[in-house]
Design a protein around this ligand. Structure first.
Ligand code: NAD
Length: 488
């Protein structure tokens, strides 16, 4: 299959002149394409193109932008098979999950096309009878989007769709692990004025150059805590607007009030929440706190379900888990498992290569007896690993849940309304899912507390991330105000 390896700069397809990136298929370890990064001059050209396009795009009424954004959604849906195959080729996850991602992107463009039509501010009560006061929300200008590899098109869309809907223009960079799917969507933006969306490729230096670029007014970043901190520092050094979506270590609490059938369901839901995309989801459930009365049943059901999952070629329809994205990611997750086992934990399932000689396969792991201080219970794992810990009550579970400097998501299984509401109120995380692990809803905000992020994507909050508020005080009278000089 020939891959699109050209960048999109100012409406033109052009090969990157910077360092070459080799794109690996994690299932076969073959290099499937080579992509040229944007050179410094090309990044400048992309920013210039976005700058040149910003006034007319910002000036277009939202009602006129809306059909263009719907066209993008339609064009994405029409490319579902191609894009799903590309994402599976770059990431290694099952084709079904990749196809779902394309639909989520399309739905997000449709959502913001309409949401941005409903308001650009508000009218507020004036402080003088002769005044009329309005808050006007304006686009920032050029938005630089920097995204990771685990949901390359979705995390790009969560930035590009609201940024465009709010009237910004965009320079976007995918991860160096997954440039192909992003470069392949250049044509869906061909209905927009040239320069409105620019797509560049590159690794960390290109990301840093975007964060530092004086022509970029707002940086929207998703990735690790360490990189996000650097992006935040770069933004602060020139007071650029910034939105940071970073890592997590999501807890999954199972209460003892859900009955035998509920425990079995929570085990399956927990396994899905831990293993989806081979555990490489920012909101993967990475630590399970299960009340003592149902602990044994829960662990047994979790292990049984884990053992039943099909690990294999991500292009096969029956495959539940493909390989991890890279040798480095696999090595990092496995090292945490091995460290936990060395510290006394018991590995009840997984840890092997599922019989594959090639490919970054890691059989999903279930562990108990992990020491409280082990990295596996404290640091992001980003792999298909489920450490399960008994807790005596909800107090202890919430204390564990809140005990780290992460706060992205949290799951709770309970039928007790009091417990559910208590978790909603007390768990410090941007998403709290009660009996519904890991779902997204375009209409609701997504983001993190603490080290997991600053700002929100999705919902009206995600539109506001790309708008600056201006307060206009309009007085219909020209008169001398009594609070002016002289005071005496
Ligand atoms: P990463 O931080 O290594 O890279 C993310 C992006 O930043 C890539 O495009 C990379 O090229 C770029 N980059 C690297 N160094 C940079 C620098 N100095 N300045 C600017 N950009 C730079 O993360 P990753 O390994 O690609 O992704 C995995 C991480 O992303 C995990 O920690 C995961 O939790 C997080 N994540 C968070 C969310 C969320 O919404 N909160 C969603 C998905 C993934």
């Amino acid at each position: 299959m020939g891959h699109e390896t050209r960048l999109l700069i100012g409406g033109e397809s052009t090969f990157g002149q910077g360092a070459e990136i080799e794109v690996e298929n994690p299932a076969t370890e073959e290099i499937v394409a080579t992509v040229g990064s944007a050179s410094g001059e090309q990044l400048d050209a992309a920013v210039r193109a976005a700058t040149a396009a910003k006034a007319s795009w910002a000036g277009m009424p939202a009602v006129d932008r809306a059909p263009l954004l719907h066209e993008i959604a339609t064009a994405l849906r029409a490319k579902t098979d191609e894009l799903a195959l590309l994402m599976t080729t770059e990431i290694g996850r099952p084709l079904t999950e990749s196809a779902d991602e394309v639909e989520w992107c399309a739905a997000c463009f449709d959502y913001y096309a309409e949401v941005a039509r409903s308001e650009i501010g508000r009218v507020i009560p004036p402080i003088e009878a002769s005044q009329f006061s309005v808050v006007v929300k304006e686009p920032h200008g050029v938005v630089g989007c920097i995204v990771p590899w685990n949901f390359p098109l979705l995390l790009l869309t969560w930035k590009v769709a609201p940024a465009l809907a709010a009237g910004n223009t965009v320079v976007a960079k995918p991860s160096e692990l997954t440039p192909l799917s992003t470069l392949a969507i250049a044509d869906v933006f061909s209905n927009l004025p040239a320069g409105t969306v620019n797509l560049v490729a590159g690794a960390g230096e290109t990301g840093a150059a975007i964060a530092d670029h004086p022509g970029i007014d707002c940086i929207a970043f998703t990735g690790s805590v360490a990189t996000g901190r650097n992006v935040g520092i770069a933004a602060a050094s020139r007071n650029a607007r910034v939105n940071l979506e970073m890592g997590g270590k999501d807890p999954f609490i199972v209460c003892d009030d859900i009955g035998t059938e509920g425990v079995e369901i929570a085990a399956r839901g927990g396994a899905w929440a831990a293993y989806l995309n081979a555990g490489q989801v920012c909101t993967s459930s990475e630590r399970f706190y299960v009340m003592e009365d149902v602990f044994d049943q829960y662990v047994a059901a979790f292990v049984e379900h884990t053992d039943s999952l099909v690990i294999g070629d991500p292009l096969e329809a029956a495959t539940d888990l493909g390989p991890m994205v890279s040798a480095a990611q696999r090595g990092k997750a496995l090292a945490q498992v091995e460290d936990a086992v060395a510290g006394g934990a018991e590995l009840l399932a997984g840890g092997g290569r599922a019989g594959f000689e090639k490919g970054h396969y890691l059989e999903p792991c279930v562990l108990t007896g992990v020491h409280f201080d082990a990295d596996l219970l404290r640091e992001e794992t980003f792999g298909p690993v489920a450490p399960i810990v008994p807790v005596k009550d909800l107090d202890e579970a919430i204390a564990f849940a809140n005990g780290l400097d992460f706060g992205l998501g949290a799951n709770i299984y309970t039928r007790d309304l009091k417990r559910a509401i208590r978790c909603v109120k007390e768990v410090r995380a941007g998403s709290v899912w009660i009996n519904d692990p890991l779902t997204d809803n375009d209409a609701g905000p997504f983001g993190g507390f603490k080290n997991s992020g600053i700002g929100r994507e999705l919902g009206t909050e995600g539109l506001d991330a790309f708008r600056e508020a201006k307060h206009a005080h309009i007085d219909t009278e020209i008169e001398i105000k009594e609070w002016w000089y002289p005071y005496g």
